[in-house]
Write a protein that binds this ligand. Structure first.
Ligand code: F6R
Length: 361
């Protein structure tokens, strides 16, 4: 059942090249194919706002999508919100609002409650779901399926990266519908097709990640930092680490460190830094250097081009459109959490206090 792997989490991390290619199958050619969008009875020209609603890992994917949508369709306001908060926030909803729900199981109670509210207010509803025929899929105007296959380990890995690629495709399709275009769209399309291959290359770095994860041995805390899209990736990286290894992990916007969190950095503190977004990479690097000056033990994940002479532990992602860097980065962060948990002797497939599908609000 575990296909020769020690745990389901390890197996599911390694399935990503395959499930990503399944999720992308038939979607990307010269443009993105998303025929399902026809099922939404909406006048796209009148679209007033977009909400992305989800919980946990799926919320991290949703926040990433919100950022892309803001970059590519700046005239239409978009908000990613924890589904558990949506019913209490008095958010503006009408029939020209699109609510996008993201969920692996399609059965998360908070996400379903948010869907119900959206429907009561006549908003249009679209779900990104992994489980076929789940409640969220049945009740939404339109469903896009991630093709991650069954995810058994409690910690979400392959569902998350398939959500990311499908959300990128959806954001491209929506931006086109709304008369906009992502920057470097032809590179983006070409790189989307390379994602399964890129993912394989990332998995090939597992021994280096395993070695770097040794730094968690005597640590109770770890800090993750990044800017722009990297921030959502590090929030997910921190979530993964804390849920499987019980190491307290926090994620910060790198520029926010100096406004408080840097007080936590001391000799040997583990800092995982992500600098894949060229426009802000040099600023992130100087924030990281401030942590090194205070004795932090830094693991840097960056692009092929960044000068890293000041760093001892470096992992590189291949040349890829910045909107896709989150996917190779996720593989490295999942491996880091996995090996951290194994090192600490944790039951990675069934972390304490967690359930695979959360059906209470
Ligand atoms: C984290 C994790 C949870 C889920 C969350 C939402 O690894 O698995 O945070 O992402 O409970 O679940 P779904 O996606 O099924 O709605």
């Amino acid at each position: 059942q575990k296909g020769g792997y020690d745990t389901f989490m390890e197996k599911e991390i390694h399935e990503q090249p395959y499930v990503l290619s399944e999720t992308l199958r038939g979607r990307v050619d010269n443009d993105v194919r998303m025929d399902e969008l026809k099922e939404i009875n909406i006048n796209w020209e009148k679209l007033e706002r977009v909400y992305f609603l989800a919980c946990g890992t799926a919320l991290n994917a949703a926040s990433f999508a919100q950022d892309l949508f803001r970059q590519w369709v700046p005239a239409c306001p978009s908000f990613a919100l924890a589904a558990s908060e949506f019913r209490y926030g008095n958010y503006y909803l009408n029939s020209d609002t699109l609510c996008i729900f993201v969920s692996q199981s399609g059965e998360t109670a908070d996400t379903l409650a948010a869907l119900q509210l959206a429907k009561e207010k006549q908003a249009k509803t679209l779900s990104i779901v992994n489980v076929l025929g789940s409640s969220l899929a049945r009740k939404s105007d339109c469903t896009l399926y991630t093709c991650a296959g069954p995810e058994i380990a409690v910690a979400s890995t392959k569902a998350y990266t398939t959500q990311l690629v499908l959300l990128v495709c959806l954001m491209i399709a929506l931006s086109e519908k709304l008369g906009c275009q992502p920057k470097d769209v032809s590179k983006l399309m070409a790189d989307l097709k390379r994602i399964p291959e890129i993912t394989k290359d990332m998995l090939a770095q597992q021994e280096i990640v395993k070695d770097y994860a040794q730094c968690l041995k005597d640590q109770k805390d770890a800090y993750f930092i990044g800017r722009r899209l990297d921030y959502f990736s590090v929030v997910e990286g921190a979530l993964k680490l804390k849920e499987v290894s019980y190491v307290h992990a926090d994620a910060y916007i790198a520029g926010e460190l100096k406004h408080g969190p840097i007080a936590l950095i001391d000799k040997g503190t583990v800092v995982i830094a992500l600098a894949t977004q060229e426009e802000v990479a040099s600023k992130t690097i100087s924030n990281i250097e401030e942590t090194i000056a205070r004795g932090a033990n830094v693991i840097l994940i960056t692009t092929q081009y960044q000068d890293t002479h000041a760093f001892q532990k470096v992992l590189r992602i291949p040349d890829v459109h910045p909107a896709l860097a989150a996917i190779p980065a996720a593989i490295l962060l999942q491996l880091f959490a996995y090996y951290g948990a194994v090192l600490k002797g944790c039951d990675v497939d069934k972390p304490r206090n967690l359930a695979k599908s959360v059906t209470v609000e």
